[in-house]
Write a protein that binds this ligand. Sequence first.
Ligand SMILES: Cc1cc2nc3c(=O)[nH]c(=O)nc-3n(C[C@H](O)[C@H](O)[C@H](O)COP(=O)(O)OP(=O)(O)OC[C@H]3O[C@@H](n4cnc5c(N)ncnc54)[C@H](O)[C@@H]3O)c2cc1C
Length: 384
Amino acid sequence: MKQQFDVVIVGGGLVGAALALALDRQGRRVALVEGQSARFEQLESGWDARVYAISPANRRFLDSLGAWPDMARIGTIASMDVRGDQGGRIAFSAADAGAEALAWITENRWLLAALWRQLQDASSVELIEGVRPLSLSHNPRQAQLQLEDGRELVAKLVVGADGANSWVRQQSGIAADVKPYGQSGVVANFATEKPHDGIARQWFLGDGILAWLPLPGKCISIVWSTPQPEPLLALPAERFAAVVAEAGEQALGKLEVLTPAAAFPLRLLTPQHVIAERVALVGDAAHTVHPLAGQGVNLGFQDAARLADIIAAGRDPGEWLALRRYERGRKEAVRTMQLTCDTLFGLFHAKELPGIAWLRNTGLNLTNRLPLIKRQLARHAVGF
Ligand SMILES: Cc1cc2nc3c(=O)[nH]c(=O)nc-3n(C[C@H](O)[C@H](O)[C@H](O)COP(=O)(O)OP(=O)(O)OC[C@H]3O[C@@H](n4cnc5c(N)ncnc54)[C@H](O)[C@@H]3O)c2cc1C
């Protein structure tokens, strides 16, 4: 059976789901092909150790889609406190940027559930769940996807929102540079003895980076980027909590594990292009960054918003000139974020260079004393 769409999106994770909703609001005929059965009712249950720091710009985007999760489940970052490995420190707050919050912390499952709940009522979107594509072909006028259940989808544009190992990217012959960081991100949630006061705390530990992110109530979520995740994962819950509390200088007193630790390998992924004939890539399919700045999914949502805007402005969503505008429009923001994270990572992991530890810690302290630069940092964090 052949079905015709304006846009077919492969991958119904956060970015693909957001793009599908944005295109639905334009009345575009969309198919969203998600390999897993995404039963959103189950998505909401329990704590999720994977959390995202959503920027104010992306909160506005999600709000516009009606997909901002219940605030009872959202932590607010009012300020940041970043510590170097030898006494360096910088702190800045939303007030420095005249904003309500630097970012909001949301759990992956709850955010995904909010998007999928909206998708159930999206009249222009056909949800195709639990099915994967088998082949992708394209010509100057359209692209065609053959699904494993025998369906054929024809569209003006196929979007790869299928994550870092993107099948669409591979089928489109787009090569990607991959640089493993030699680290994994260990994530877990904790109840804390003391209130966190909306402060996101980060420690550059010399051989790793530890972030404590405020969840609602007296709870936090951590991302510990470390070259050796295994010893942490092997610890019994109480010992793990004690090690995390110790690494964070006991800033919130005793910790108690809410969700067991999980680890994800970290790498920098840079495809040579994010478009091909009748194809565009968004989200992790188009880029990955180190989570030290918590910007991965923020970049992805901005891809979706930008691509949706460009599609809204034209008649043919897969027209080459429009795709070129999308690629050019996203290049600088993505590259800047990748470079910033990569440089910070390099600076705090270059042990062998004499004086580098002094330089990075002095740099943090100096910046901390310069109100103008701090305001710029805060404004950058909130997406001004
Ligand atoms: C440890 C860690 C911590 C992080 N912390 C943060 C953070 O604090 N803030 C932040 O902004 N980002 C963070 N990130 C990054 C963030 O997780 C990703 O940027 C985000 O999940 C990307 O979303 P996506 O929709 O592009 O891809 P994905 O979430 O990977 O979704 C891809 C979807 O496509 C589907 N799919 C895949 N292949 C196919 C196929 N062939 N056919 C059909 N469907 C398919 C998958 O089932 C999935 O649903 C972190 C990452 C790591 C590793």
